[in-house]
Design a protein around this ligand. Structure first.
Ligand code: PEP
Ligand code: MN
Length: 347
């Protein structure tokens, strides 16, 4: 990781650095942070002569060689100084809440528009709505591209940034062109390295963020963080890690709730953790407790499925969506825990 003395290299300096790296079979990848741009060396960076040449340039402060499987996502990387800001919230400072329906019903957009107003009034900062859905059964409703317009309209009406899952390469540009602010990569695609790369490439140079769900089958924390490294590698560091329960299930819950993984993630990376209690437990009645536990474990945010009338929903909404009224209560209580952590545990 090359750290320049100033906040970024001039084009001439970048050209000089690039030429040196290329002579040693490496290339440079700028990573644009909020405060400064840093430059990752892509390739084998062990050649001392190359390192000496770069460090000898008078506009270079130093080179950080982080012994870690993930150079950019590592806690010690300089990206740790940047803070992601979405919907008026700086993640890591204030509690960040994404809420909205699991699935937008294209036949009933009115529910989604009402849900959007409901989650806004409850205090959410971003609006989620599933357009394309990963379904276990191929005959279940698979989502509908027409729902994207409903999502964007609800985002405009409420002023909330919008979040939706992309499952296939062609979804990425459709979502970005429509103005989606946060691309979700679902649990089933968290290990789809080709999709991770394509999302990383597509959001480079944009303010777009990514909500990366934890795979149902991910083991060590490093595996989750390495998946995010695939995205950040292309230059946009706006990634949030989202534990959402794993397999096998805890009998009675939809998955095995994994909100306790948050401190382990934070030990190794600077990335914000936004926990999804809805898929973790899979039943509306258990969602509030899981949400509060997640914040107690240090989550920076929550992603909660919410519907104005869950019984009229489709996808996961009838079973696991809470109402905006319950959401308002969860946010109020979660904020208290979040603030307590900031003023006691973390200070
Ligand atoms: C969802 O958010 O509705 C969803 C399908 O999530 P996951 O990928 O975590 O199952
Ligand atoms: Mn869902």
């Amino acid at each position: 990781m090359i750290l320049p003395k100033s906040s970024r290299l001039t084009p001439a300096q970048l050209e000089e650095v690039t030429a040196i790296l290329q002579a040693f079979g490496c290339r440079v990848q700028p990573i644009v942070g909020e405060v400064r741009t840093i430059y990752a060396i892509v390739g084998d960076e062990r050649d001392e002569l190359m390192i000496n040449r770069i460090e000898g340039l008078d506009y270079i402060e130093r080179i950080d060689r982080i012994q870690s499987p993930f150079k950019l996502m590592d806690r010690r990387s300089d990206l740790a100084t940047g803070h992601l800001r979405i919907g008026g919230v700086t993640l890591g400072e204030d509690l960040f809440v994404i809420a909205g329906q699991c699935t937008i019903d294209p036949k009933h957009p009115e529910y989604f528009l009402e849900t959007a107003q409901g989650v806004k009034a409850a205090g959410a900062h971003a609006l989620r709505g599933g357009v394309w859905k990963p379904r276990t059964n191929p005959y279940s409703f698979q989502g509908d591209s027409r729902s994207l317009a409903v999502l964007v309209e609800a985002g405009r009406a409420t002023g909330l940034p919008v979040v939706t899952e992309v499952m296939e390469p062609e979804h990425i540009s459709i979502a970005l062109d429509a103005g989606v602010d946060v691309l979700q990569i679902g649990a089933r695609n968290a290990l789809n390295y080709s999709l991770l790369r394509q999302v990383g490439r597509a959001i480079a140079g944009r303010p777009t963020a990514v909500l990366l769900k934890r795979s149902l089958h991910m083991g060590p924390v490093a595996e989750f963080i390495a998946a995010a490294e695939y995205i950040v590698n292309f230059g946009n560091p706006n990634v949030m890690l989202c534990p959402r329960g794993t397999a096998p299930t805890l009998d009675g819950y939809r998955n095995y709730p994994d909100e306790s993984i948050t401190p382990l993630i934070k030990e190794r990376t600077w990335a914000a953790v936004v926990v999804d209690p809805s898929h973790s437990v899979g039943k509306a009645a258990y969602v509030p407790a899981c949400a509060l536990a997640a914040v107690a474990y240090g989550a920076d945010g929550l992603c909660i499925e919410t519907h104005v009338s869950p019984s009229h929903g489709i996808g996961d909404d009838p079973k696991q969506s809470i109402t905006p009224t319950v959401l308002a209560d969860v946010i109020r209580q979660a904020r208290i825990i979040h603030d307590l952590r900031r003023t006691t545990v973390n200070s």
